[in-house]
Design a protein around this ligand. Structure first.
Ligand SMILES: [Zn+2]
Length: 48
């Protein structure tokens, strides 16, 4: 299971599971990178 995502801006996002990781990553994107959106598959592809 993937739980760690490093955003291209250097921010590390960690969730307790994939669902939370996707949620937190999307929240980070909308807060810090408006207009940049990734769907679940793209996030999990980049996650560790
Ligand atoms: Zn970022």
């Amino acid at each position: 299971m993937k739980t760690l995502m490093t955003c291209p801006c250097g921010e590390q996002i960690r969730g307790k599971d994939e669902d939370e990781l996707v949620e937190l990553t999307q929240a980070h994107l909308s807060a810090e990178h408006p207009g940049r959106e990734y769907d679940r598959d793209q996030i999990l592809f980049m996650a560790l």
